[in-house]
Write a protein that binds this ligand. Structure first.
Ligand code: KIV
Ligand code: ZN
Length: 525
């Protein structure tokens, strides 16, 4: 009989991941990411925090209704309205989950939620019971309970709260290291101690949720798996609150590569990892560092002669995983100048894009444009162009054209045309640098003021004819918004990336205004 344990992968890219500064995604982007997570075959998609805003609610509900193949979960504080709103958002999913949480550490109870330990126990019982009653109306629904700041909680008290949650109907119990304070050996022992203090844990799924403040989120998660946890909460590229969450790709590949050590496996389709990672990077604007484990550009590059020699003789000398295992070996040639619409449609379908005829026409136009300038159109090029085209369709502002004049003897001057709801707005500006003058011209056209916090350029693939990718972080009214875009022309990619960041800012600030108006109306003002 096999003793291999199945470890559930609970992806929180769309909830905790989205809490990373500037990483906010619109509804269409969240749906695109959720569909890809389902293709990656994660077990649970935490789609958002429905009570946080009408947009969050809407995105969670859309994912619950439209995405198949994974359990869809929403987060709720242990507050009645949160739990009910959460259920409304997730209940149409194939398999819905309410994830409710309350703090259990002394410092959080005293200063953050201002509740006594008895009140925390009472709220846990009442809200898990409510969540379980709501979930009981659908056979496939279930309830998860999290004890926030569990790793800094007093074990006996925590065990008591967890016991109450199980008794009230939670079938997954999550032990978060909310502030990334735990150390791997200690965290493993902590989980073992909780199993001892709370025997009811033996009958439910024990989960971990680790933050990376000390760079230990993955190590702590794996220590929890060794100690008996069978669910790991993680985010693609490790994005999330502050230093982020445990990185999904690292957790999954550690369990796969060292299945012997963990006696465990996940259901993740690992050759979808690289693609998922690129998608999340593009929609959040968070670049992947070249030496990032598993998905970094250099993760499988053997530089030293000794290593290369070893690999040629026998790959296992220096290779513990193959690039193909994570879907990284696919940046080869896919289509050429003479490829037709059918070939493009088939390739895009492979990538998961089902396009209407009109969308295919536009994708084909962009493809031809690239194929005319570049001999080989790679999968990475296609993904970047079509993904951008799909995302642009949701935007309020679209760059129609720009003109820049620059040189060593003149002051750089730029003019732009931006389409806003079918009308063209023009903007112009001059500045000390060309890039800055384009950005100021865009500010002029969109009537918002952004200040550049970060600017990065890189080539999408190899060769002088490669597409350029630009990422920007722009601060608007004290909040940071990311933007990413590709083009053959670095200035055009810069302008588009800046416009995308301004779209994110306009979306977020528009939502805030609507919410403020709704709150004022509710108060009768
Ligand atoms: O970090 C944390 O404790 C959380 C909980 C809401 C699970 O994100
Ligand atoms: Zn968290």
């Amino acid at each position: 009989m096999s003793t291999t344990r199945y470890i559930r992968i609970f992806d929180t890219t769309l909830r905790d991941g989205e809490q990373a500064p500037g990483a906010s995604m619109n509804r269409a982007e969240k749906l695109e990411v959720a569909r890809q997570l389902a293709k990656l075959q994660v077990d649970v998609i935490e789609a958002g925090f429905p009570v946080a805003s009408p947009d969050d609610f809407d995105a969670v509900r859309a994912i619950a209704r439209e995405v198949e193949g994974a359990r869809v979960c929403g987060l709720a504080r242990a507050i009645e309205n949160d739990v009910r709103v959460c259920w409304d958002a997730v209940r149409h999913a194939e398999a819905p989950r309410i994830h409710t949480f309350i703090s259990t550490s002394a410092v959080h109870m005293k200063y953050q939620i201002r509740k006594t330990p008895d009140e925390v126990k009472a709220d846990t019982r009442a809200m898990v019971t409510l969540a379980a009653e709501l979930a009981a109306t659908r056979a496939e629904a279930d309830v998860e309970f999290s004890a926030m700041d569990a790793s800094r909680s007093e074990p006996e008290f925590l065990a008591e709260v967890l016991g109450i949650a199980v008794e009230a109907g939670a079938t997954t119990i999550n032990i978060p290291d909310t502030v990334g304070y735990a150390q791997p050996l200690e965290f493993g022992d902590f989980i073992r101690e909780l199993y001892r203090l709370c025997p009811a844990l033996a009958d439910v799924t024990v989960s971990c949720h680790c933050h990376d403040d000390l760079g230990l989120a993955v190590a702590n998660s794996l220590a929890a798996v060794r100690a008996g946890a069978t669910q790991v909460e993680c985010a693609v590229n490790g994005i999330g609150e502050r230093a982020g969450n445990a990185s999904l790709e690292e957790v999954v590949m550690a369990i796969r590569t060292r299945g012997d050590y963990f006696a465990a496996e996940t259901g993740v389709k690992t050759d979808e990892i690289a693609r998922t990672s690129r998608l999340v990077s593009n929609v959040t604007g968070y670049a992947i560092q070249p030496n990032k484990a598993i998905v970094g550009r250099n993760a499988f590059a053997h530089e030293s002669g000794i290593h290369q020699d070893g690999i040629l003789k026998e790959a296992s000398t220096f290779e513990i995983m193959r690039a193909a295992d994570v879907g990284l070996a696919e940046s080869d040639l896919v289509l050429g100048k003479h490829s037709g619409r059918h070939a493009l449609r088939a390739k895009l379908a492979d990538l998961g894009y089902e396009l209407s005829d009109a969308e295919l026409d536009e994708a084909f136009r962009r493809f031809k444009d690239v194929a005319d300038k570049k001999k080989e159109v790679t999968l990475l090029d296609l993904e970047a162009l079509v993904g951008e085209e799909i995302r642009e369709r949701q935007d309020l502002f679209t760059l129609r054209s720009f003109v820049s004049q620059s040189g060593s003897a003149i002051i750089p001057t730029s003019q732009v045309e931006i389409e806003v709801r079918g009308r063209v707005r023009r903007g112009k500006s001059f500045s000390n640098g060309t890039v800055e003058s384009v950005f100021k011209a865009i500010d002029d056209a969109v009537r918002m003021k952004g200040s550049l916090a970060d600017y990065q350029v890189r080539a999408i693939s190899e060769g002088k004819d490669a597409l350029a990718e630009v990422r920007v972080a722009v601060t608007v009214n004290g909040e940071t918004y990311n933007g990413q875009a590709v083009s053959f022309d670095v200035m055009e990619a810069s302008a588009k990336a800046y416009v995308r960041a301004m779209n994110n800012a306009a979306g977020a600030q528009g939502r805030e205004r609507l919410q403020a108006r709704a709150a004022a109306t509710a108060k009768g003002q």
